[in-house]
Design a protein around this ligand. Structure first.
Ligand code: PLP
Length: 440
């Protein structure tokens, strides 16, 4: 079988039996080719027909140091050859211990001191919610704190608890009432204006710090996170930072909350934790929270929560190796010129491309809004963002839009200057190819 025949077979099997996430399956494979990705190296991905693409959204926001970084692959291989999986329920293992110490050391001493591992971003958020809730239930005087506040248009994952927080109507409104009750606010002012009796029922406030991802890559006003931290502290409400997208250098600092010297009570990380190589997540919390779960056996204060693959050894190996790469390759130190070049090229694009209406950026994360040439929005059914991204493939760039017409550029942090230029050239060409005919 040659590469074409093999690809054909895989596509047929996919169309017959597979079901893709966040995908209108009625259209899948009908309007554009189904790509079968086969290998990767650095910022490049290669499909089963040998065509190469820049990974413009870090394989759905997860990849940090590029694909198949030899140091990380070797660490995973070494661990795989020793032991692929052991239970974290009743046992420990060396890499999980060492990784916890290393993660905690990324934060100011004595702040976040405990690490609870899980599988992905959603379960890291579930962990934080359940811990915050149970911690309140088990603390005299805080038993009435059972509710959560989240922000309008936020995204915290798709399991029921995380989805209850979700503020994106398209994804979550049909599940309202099925999950837990959450109050959404648009701003800190709106939260502050709530009656004290309501604030006294809050276990936690959940936020994507510094920048909301799914909400068209929208940064928060400067200083908001710091003020929210102060408000939560004064009110005795836990601050839960969802750093699933922003963690591990994405915004230019190791964690986004570091831009405002904030330490939350719970910090959720996942996507980039293993450099994006295997599913694995961690919810970090304070010793004060941890101590709420200590007591005599009969007091039943245990956190009865966990997953089969908690603290997966190969994931821990990847995470440890990824932190090595941050140190050895001075990854964060090398970001500022890349961030600046992305800003410069985006501004050029905004000035020269009539379909580009606005650009928002935070470190290596960028959202680019596209509209009709006259500045009006496309109707949802025009699927302009999606068509533009499909057209970019022919120019060697892979990415996806969020919330219809915001194009995302979030390349692996290892991207170099020529590749950044190539990425923007492909983006511009794709927009032109897809939208040029759309005048009004
Ligand atoms: C992706 C994401 C999640 C969900 O993570 P999964 O690993 O997909 O479950 C949660 N919060 C934020 C901010 C995310 O970007």
């Amino acid at each position: 079988m040659d590469a074409h025949q093999q690809t054909q077979q895989w596509v047929q099997q996919d169309l017959a039996h597979c079901w893709h996430p966040f995908t209108p399956q009625a259209l899948w494979g009908k309007e554009s080719e189904v790509l079968m990705l086969e290998s990767g190296r650095g910022v490049w991905l290669t499909d089963s027909l040998g065509r190469r693409y820049i990974d413009g959204n870090s394989s759905i926001w997860v990849n940090i140091h590029g694909h198949c970084h030899p140091h990380i692959v070797q660490a995973m291989q070494r661990q795989a050859a020793k032991l692929c999986h052991s239970s974290y329920l009743g046992f420990g293992h060396g890499l999980a211990s060492a990784l916890a110490e290393r993660l905690v050391a990324l934060f100011p001493a004595g702040t976040l001191t405990r690490v609870f591992y899980s599988d992905d971003g959603s379960t890291a958020v579930e962990t934080a919610l359940k811990m915050a809730f149970q911690s309140c239930v088990q603390t005299p005087g805080r038993e009435q704190r059972r509710h959560f506040v989240a922000f309008a248009n936020c995204y915290h994952g798709d399991t029921m608890g995380a989805a209850s927080l979700g503020g994106v109507g398209t994804f979550f409104s049909r599940f309202r009432g099925f999950g837990m009750e959450v109050t959404h606010v648009r701003s800190l002012e709106e939260l502050r204006a709530k009656p004290q009796e309501f604030l006294d029922t809050l276990a936690g406030v959940v936020i994507e710090p510094i920048i909301q991802g799914v909400n068209r890559m929208t940064p928060w006003p400067k200083g908001l996170l710091r003020e929210l931290r102060e408000f939560c502290t004064a009110q005795g409400i836990y601050l839960i930072c969802d750093e699933v997208m922003t963690g591990f250098g994405r915004t230019g600092r190791m964690f986004a909350c570091m831009h405002e010297e904030v330490t939350p009570d719970f910090l959720c990380c996942a996507k980039g934790l293993t450099a994006g190589y295997t599913p694995m997540a961690a919810c970090l919390t304070t010793e004060a929270v941890y101590e709420r779960f200590l007591g005599a056996y009969s007091e039943n204060k245990t956190f009865y929560y966990g997953h089969s693959f908690t603290a997966h050894p190969i994931g821990c190996a990847a995470a440890m190796a990824s932190l090595d790469v941050f140190e050895q390759e001075h990854v964060l130190e090398k970001l500022p010129p890349k961030v600046a070049l992305m800003a410069e090229l985006a501004e050029q694009l905004r000035c020269t491309e009539p379909h580009v209406a606005a650009v928002r950026q935070c470190g290596m994360v960028m959202g680019i809004d596209i509209t009709r040439a006259d500045g009006s929005s496309y109707p949802q059914d025009a699927r302009a963002g999606e068509r533009a991204c499909m057209a970019m493939r022919a120019h060697g760039l892979l990415t996806r839009p969020v919330t219809h017409d915001t194009l995302v550029l979030m390349p692996p942090l290892c991207i170099e200057e020529p590749e950044i230029r190539q990425m923007f050239a492909a983006l511009a060409a794709g927009i032109r190819d897809a939208l040029q005919g759309d005048l009004a």
